[in-house]
Design a binder for this molecule. Structure first.
Ligand SMILES: [Zn+2]
Length: 429
């Protein structure tokens, strides 16, 4: 018995196919069968009048904490948070315990995510064993087990010789290396951007050169290796410019921005706000505007959250000792919609940065509404307003700088492989 789901009257935006129009979307047995007219009958329908219907969002930078730190987050809670935020595929970083530095762990994560059945999880394999920056992992083996890229995120690939080998080796089978760009000898002991606010608060800062010098080094190595290099969570003006120049030169350099880096500045730290502590840190207004310009002109192709859940105990211990990172899955879409409201991006351009662009970089078979593809679909009301309440977030992490703030734009339905997994605030597990 086949089953047909009709999403009617919505405004469909599918950047990969250049679709941006009011139309119906038909799904049968978990697959997209038609955008527009179709002669069949629907078993189930959703009225999407006034709403945007787009491919399920992809977040290519998430920390799921399983295995090893399940009190912070696990694959199930992370999947619930994801679909509440309209995300149907996410990539998880390897700084778990054990690390994703061998094939068995990667397979275990994929298996667990498919048992949960809400959101696809694609592991990012570690570049080095134990993430200690010294010895390369069996990268090809990790790729065979389902990893989609390589990174030591949480930490930089600090050793230049190891980075060179990683770039050369991964590019031999078309994979990219994702760098958490931070020169630790410059940022050690720092807990926020170095500048007048860190001075005023009397805390150690992380100079922007910590990020910039690593990006500069890596671009030189990428040129030499003719490899694919991706800068995670770019936050600095010079960093964006270096990526822009490298791309103009024809190098295979890409980058992503996190919503907090284009929405907030280091001023959030005033009052010793631990929920604005992350790495790279929130920077100056000049940096924020440069990230926005990078998004506008296409230098930055992807929006990704760097979702980093922590337990209260790791956060409520003073600015210097608090863990780095904030949760982001459930606020990614409304925060990013500000780029559309402010005229930086069209809705289609913004959606591309969370669907078809990351899918292309990671060679994922998702991020479009292609006929015949698996029906991962997100429906959102761009005008609906809601207040972020850390207590009602589905992530186990409550560390958000947006607690108590009003968001405009709300996910109403998330559909995974044709099944409604999130509907008006409720998860259908
Ligand atoms: Zn990172």
């Amino acid at each position: 018995m086949s089953s047909t789901l009709l999403i009617k009257n919505g405004h469909i935006i599918d950047p990969a196919n250049g679709i941006d129009k009011k139309a119906d979307l038909w799904i049968e047995d978990g697959k997209i069968i038609a955008v527009g007219k179709h002669s069949g009958k629907a078993d189930q329908s959703i009225d999407a009048a006034g709403k945007i219907v787009c491919p399920g969002l992809i977040d290519m930078h998430v920390h799921l904490r399983e295995p090893g730190q399940e009190w912070k987050e696990d694959i199930e809670s992370g999947s619930r948070a994801a679909v509440a935020g309209g995300v149907t595929s996410m990539c998880c970083m390897p700084n778990t315990g054990p690390h994703i530095d061998h094939a068995g762990i990667a397979r275990q994560i994929i298996e667990r995510a498919s048992q949960v059945g809400l959101c696809s999880v694609h592991p990012i394999g570690a570049v080095t064993k134990n993430l200690d920056g010294k010895e390369l992992t069996e990268m090809r083996e990790l790729a065979r087990s389902g990893c989609v890229a390589f990174s030591d995120d949480g930490l930089p690939i600090w050793h230049a010789g190891v980075m060179r080998k990683a770039l050369e080796y991964s590019s031999s089978f078309g994979y990219m290396v994702i760098q958490h760009a931070e020169e630790l000898t410059l940022t050690e002991g720092g807990c926020m951007n170095e500048g007048w606010i860190s001075t005023q608060l009397g805390v150690t800062g992380m100079p922007v050169e910590g990020e910039d010098s690593m990006i500069a080094r890596d671009i030189m190595l990428t040129r030499r290796a003719d490899a694919r290099y991706h800068v995670a969570h770019i936050s600095s003006k010079r960093g964006v410019q270096m990526v822009r120049d490298a791309r103009a030169e024809g190098l295979k350099v890409t980058t992503e921005a996190a919503p907090h880096h284009f929405a907030l500045t280091e001023e959030e730290m005033l009052g010793f706000n631990v929920d604005a502590k992350m790495s790279p840190p929130l920077r100056t207004e000049e940096d924020r505007l440069a990230v926005i310009e990078g998004l506008r002109d296409g230098t930055i192709e992807v929006i990704a959250t760097d979702h980093a859940p922590h337990h209260e105990d790791d956060k409520r211990c003073g600015l210097s000792c608090a863990a780095f990172g904030i949760v982001g899955l459930e606020t990614m879409l409304p925060v990013s919609l500000d780029l559309v409201r402010n005229g930086v991006l069209s809705l289609s351009e913004m959606i591309a940065k969370m669907t078809s662009n990351p899918a292309r970089l990671l060679q994922l078979d998702s991020g479009t509404l292609n006929t015949g593809s698996e029906a991962d679909v997100t429906i959102f009301d761009p005008e609906a307003t809601w207040i972020v309440d850390r207590e009602t977030l589905l992530s186990k992490g409550k560390n958000t700088p947006w607690h108590g703030k009003q968001m405009t734009g709300q996910v109403t339905h998330t559909i995974k492989a044709g099944r409604i997994v999130f509907e008006n605030g409720t998860i259908h597990g």
